[in-house]
Design a protein around this ligand. Structure first.
Ligand SMILES: *Cc1c(COP(=O)(O)O)cnc(C)c1O
Length: 390
């Protein structure tokens, strides 16, 4: 059971602000905020490098916390400055050559798709789209028929940022394994929102950000990469952190996922993100998922009953992200009007999810993404505020 009183006490703003932009940036709980500001205070007091040395146990716990959350080894984790940096670090470093083909679904995250387009042009890769099934998710049955002798990689966004869909990540993992494909999973919206077990999923690499459902600070992200894969990959860029300089003509790469890290980093952010993972694990990711998914379903139902409102979330299984539109209401105006009423939502312009928007014939959307600390009262406030939009 969730202790809502404690969760809300750790999130002081929620006394006045109904924050439904957890898929954009959630609110940091007090212990996470304190971990960040305490380290910044230490940096000011003793010096940045000295503070980093003093905080070695907390920094080490960043890797241990992610290893606990994802069921992997700490050496399979890297600290990155965002999910996109993590994704690009992996994607651009993969040993793909002209003629290789990549499988992708239209719900894939915009920046990941842009990177795919760029690399496909640069290297001469082929892109094959996996169609959607009747539920709007990746059509598992069509997968074997899409394989060619040159198919090397499958990309999946676990929970798209533009809809409530949860993709069947484990089934895709079984397919990738059966056919010897590399499998990259973007878990940016699922990390912190639901349990993630990389052994059960069977992905080769997984990326995420700190500020969304994990409730960490901005400017932080993480990478998981399977150890034996990481040890075979040469990162696109190297520095003093990712490699050790041995001689005039020689360096050796760091072990595991850490070869993708940069030397300079936001140490306070890294420590706070480790703390955020511990905070989520203390609540229980199954407990968080068990609270947000029924609440989101309730919100969808209530919104759908509002005149002129259409809810747009596909999927057999749905996340804490709720997307909708209202006839005659411009989403950007709606966001501003709701903000004046102390309700935060976000918007999804069509071209932030272009292929998905074209396939599903979507207008610009309003997005309400809720977390475990959101209350039933806040949902009621949101629904009546949406009813009042004209
Ligand atoms: C937000 C988001 C990203 C990018 O995260 P950044 O930390 O902003 O780079 C990637 N994938 C998905 C699904 C997202 O929602």
């Amino acid at each position: 059971m969730i202790n809502l009183t404690a969760l809300r006490a750790d999130t002081p703003t929620c006394e006045t602000l109904a924050h439904f932009n957890n898929a954009g940036a959630s609110l940091m709980p007090n212990p996470v905020y304190a971990a960040m500001t305490d380290h910044q205070a230490l940096e000011q007091a003793v010096g940045g490098y000295e503070a980093q040395a003093d905080a070695a146990p907390a920094i080490a716990d960043f890797y241990a916390a992610f290893a606990d959350m994802l069921n992997c080894d700490p050496f399979e984790i890297a600290f990155m400055e965002s999910a996109t940096k993590a994704w690009d670090a992996v994607f651009y470093s993969l040993p793909l050559v002209a003629g290789d083909r990549v499988l992708v679904h239209r719900s894939t995250y915009s920046s990941n798709y842009l990177a795919l387009l760029q690399l496909a042009r640069r290297k001469g890769l082929g892109i094959d789209f996996v169609p959607s099934d009747a539920h709007g998710q990746i059509d598992l049955e069509s997968l074997p028929g899409l394989l060619t002798g040159r198919t090397k990689l499958i990309l999946l966004t676990h929970c798209p940022s533009q809809s409530g869909l949860i993709q069947p990540a484990e089934a895709v993992g079984r397919f990738a394994k059966d056919y010897g494909l590399l499998y990259l999973l973007d878990a940016c919206q699922s990390a912190g929102q639901m349990p993630l077990d990389v052994q059960a999923i069977g992905c080769d690499a997984l990326t995420g950000t700190g500020r969304k459902f994990l409730r960490g600070p901005r400017g932080t992200g993480f990478l998981y990469m399977r150890r034996d894969l990481a040890d075979r990959i040469e990162p696109t860029m190297v520095d003093l952190q990712s490699a050790e300089w041995l001689a005039q003509d020689r360096y050796i790469l760091a072990d595991g996922a850490r070869r993708f890290e940069a030397w300079e980093r936001n140490v306070a952010g890294q420590i706070a993100l480790g703390q955020a993972v511990r905070y989520a694990l203390d609540i229980g990711l199954d407990v968080i998922a068990g609270r947000v998914q029924p609440m989101a379903a309730e919100l969808r139902e209530a919104l759908a009953a509002v005149p002129d409102v259409t809810v747009h979330d596909p999927g057999q299984q749905r996340s804490a992200i709720v997307t909708f539109s209202k006839q005659g209401v411009n989403p950007a105006d709606a966001k501003r009007i709701l903000r004046d009423q102390q309700i935060n939502v976000s918007i999804v312009p069509r071209n932030w999810a272009l292929l998905d928007a074209e396939e599903r014939d979507l207008p610009d959307l309003i997005r309400a993404s809720l977390h475990a600390y959101n209350s039933e009262d806040e949902i009621t406030r949101l629904v009546s505020a949406v009813a009042g939009l004209s």
